[in-house]
Design a protein around this ligand. Structure first.
Ligand SMILES: [Zn+2]
Length: 280
């Protein structure tokens, strides 16, 4: 396990002015604007990294309500211990996929894509896809979440070629004109997480737009990196009462994106290169 993964709890994307400017400039490049407004407001419940609690406690909450979530797995975190408890094991990931949840990509090593070179990003994405495929978790990863929400030009170009939607961390709803290659999302974390999520559900309903709510773990109580099981249940119930369609990220992108938007052929490569084999 590399140092970056161990430091996951405290690491932050480049907080400097230069970093902030880069993220703003990147918003202008490699855009794929949403083109359509959905018939009904939409919400996606997403889980990043992903702690086992998001699978073991979060997934049943969604399934009991007849909906599914989007799980952004890093194969390099599988069964490791982290600041949010143990990460999902291979078996957790397999169960998540079998239950019909979307499996998304979050890089293999939780790579900061803000400044990494294109080749390193491509290798990391390929390795994640290869391992998740090898483990029988997913043979096609259609959507992506940028680790730490950081985005560089190279990462955005790579992601645009591989995924129908790539999610960053700035707040907003998705409506026509909003970039699907650097999409906004709302973190449901910390003590204010539920209130902030409700605010954005209201905005999405008012605009008949799509909002992506994400968290990491699902525990008894909210934490800086997770939500409580009660909050998750309330948000799903309320979204359904408000008339939202609860969709996967891939389904959301298909409904609002350019007509015919499909994930580019991103078949998981076979584990034939020495680098992939060694990492496996
Ligand atoms: Zn992450």
């Amino acid at each position: 396990m590399n140092a970056e993964i161990q430091a996951l709890g405290v690491y932050r994307a480049d907080p400097s002015l230069k970093g902030k400017l880069r993220r703003r400039l990147v918003r202008l490049a490699h855009r794929r604007p949403a083109e359509r407004r959905p018939d009904r407001p939409m919400v996606t419940f997403a889980f990043d990294d992903t702690p086992a609690s998001a699978v073991r406690r979060g997934a049943p909450i969604l399934e009991a309500r007849g909906v599914r979530g989007a799980y952004y797995f890093c194969a390099g975190l599988a069964d490791e211990d982290g600041h949010m408890g143990r990460y999902a094991s291979c078996e957790d990931m397999q169960r998540t996929a079998e239950a019909g949840h979307e499996i998304g990509c979050h890089t293999y090593s939780h790579l900061d894509c803000g400044q990494a070179p294109a080749a390193m990003i491509a290798d990391d994405l390929e390795l994640n896809a290869a391992l998740l495929s090898d483990w029988g978790v997913s043979h096609s990863l259609e959507t992506f979440a940028y680790p730490y929400g950081d985005v560089g030009f190279a990462a955005k170009q790579e992601a645009a070629q591989r995924f129908v939607l790539s999610r960053a961390l700035h707040h907003g709803v998705i409506e026509p004109g909003v970039d699907l290659n650097q999409a906004p999302a709302i973190g449901v974390e910390g003590q204010d997480g539920e209130a902030i999520a409700r605010l954005w559900l209201d905005k999405a309903k008012e605009k008949r737009a799509w909002v992506i709510l994400f968290t990491h773990g699902v525990e008894d109580a909210a934490s800086p990196f997770g939500t409580s099981a009660d909050t998750l249940a309330r948000l799903v119930d309320d979204a359904q009462t408000m008339g939202f369609d609860v969709v996967s990220a891939a389904e959301g992108a298909a409904r609002v994106g350019p007509a015919g938007l499909r994930s580019p052929a991103f078949g998981a490569p076979a584990l034939e290169s020495p680098a992939l084999r060694d990492a496996a």
